[in-house]
Design a protein around this ligand. Structure first.
Ligand code: UFG
Length: 337
């Protein structure tokens, strides 16, 4: 029996595959390398000593997915595959809706055909929208401010409806806060294409000399130092949350929703200064305008994940900075040769 991991060559997917393999699980990856690299598979093997079964396919391709389910004995699925850039989703809404919704719908159709009814889904704290007080709790209403966010809200709704229609399903919706860091081997990490949209890869690319300075998007927010506050979570803690979610799906039916965050807020300037302190690298920054669509503060109430799954973050902000830097400095060009 295997766990099918869609998007298993991506940033969160690859770290989750490592945790699953380390626990002795059989893993089958399906990935189209849209935002990832073949090299990831080698690195996973280097870390774990095991090479997961791999299919280079698009999850929106139903025939391809049916073929995988025919070839393999799949017991559960973790669905990471999807487009994830907020800004790009505003430019290419139809592509985002098509890809993120169709992959989820096709996946559920095929799972149903094969009687596989355990699914862990990559959602996002973005579904809390702009109008709630922090900390964000799972029972708050959901909304979105951009097409990417709407795809997460809609996929959550589709999956909730699936489990209402058929009580054999176990669906776990994981709402990620801000994943950063890398595997402590420095062999896998985040490898954004082009100029990074997110803060941590931007910081590490400045530190490694690829970019000149960090643009801090506003210092006039209602936060302790005026810069945006987020709940950063080490990618390995996040990956372990998926292992816990799979265990939960094995014992509980229906839809379960969990925040995966630390419950701690960190400002942009705190993150930059912690990175400089831990890595002893200079990270010049310039205070600029706010980025449209950003909220001042976002952090999780992570008590439900602890109460239900005994999962909580274990790594510190220092660990996140040190591990990001190890990955970035050992792979200044990411996975590219
Ligand atoms: N920031 C900068 N400069 C940058 C990039 C970001 O100052 O170059 C600031 C942002 O304004 C924000 C903080 O750093 O205050 C974090 O920004 P990120 O872009 O790293 O992350 P976001 O919180 O905006 O978004 C992330 C994911 C989304 C997800 C969201 C969920 O990228 O996919 O968290 O809360 F939807």
């Amino acid at each position: 029996m295997s766990v099918l991991v869609t998007g298993g060559a991506g940033y969160i997917g690859s770290h989750t595959v490592v945790e699953l393999l380390n626990l002795g699980k059989n893993v089958v990856i399906v990935d189209n390398f849209y935002n990832s690299d073949k090299e990831v598979l080698k690195r996973i093997e280097q870390i774990t000593g095991k090479r997961p079964k791999f299919y280079q396919e698009d999850v929106t391709d139903k025939a391809a997915l049916i073929n995988i389910f025919e070839q393999e004995t799949i017991e559960a699925v973790i669905h990471f595959a999807g487009y994830k850039a907020v800004g790009e989703s505003v430019q290419k809404p139809v592509e985002y809706y098509h890809n993120n919704l169709m992959s989820t719908i096709v996946l559920v159709e095929v799972m149903k055909m094969f009687g596989v009814k355990k699914l862990v889904f990559s959602s996002s704290a973005t579904v809390y929208g702009m109008h709630h007080e922090v900390p964000f709790v799972e029972n708050m209403s959901t909304s979105a401010t951009n097409p990417y966010g709407y795809t997460k809200v809609m996929c959550e709704q589709i999956l909730k409806d699936v489990s209402v229609s058929d009580n054999e399903w176990s669906i776990v919706l994981l709402r990620y806060f801000n994943p950063i860091g890398a595997h402590e081997s420095g062999l896998i990490g985040e490898d954004p294409s082009g100029i990074p949209n997110n803060l941590m890869p931007y910081i590490s690319q400045v530190a490694v000399g690829k970019l000149e300075h960090v643009n801090v998007f506003g210092n006039d927010y209602d936060t302790p130092d005026g810069t945006g506050v987020r709940d950063y979570i080490h990618i390995v803690d996040l990956a372990k949350g998926h292992v816990k979610a799979l265990e939960k799906a094995n014992t509980t039916k229906g839809t379960l929703i969990y925040n995966l965050g630390s419950g701690q807020g960190t400002s942009v300037l705190e993150l930059i200064h912690t990175f400089m302190k831990v890595t002893k690298q200079d990270v010049p920054y310039i205070i600029g305008e706010r980025r449209s669509g950003d909220i001042a503060t976002c952090y999780a109430d992570a008590t439900r994940a602890w109460n239900d799954m005994q999962w909580k973050t274990e790594k510190t902000l220092e660990d996140m900075c040190r591990d990001t830097w190890r990955w970035q400095s050992q792979n200044p060009k990411g996975y590219a040769k």
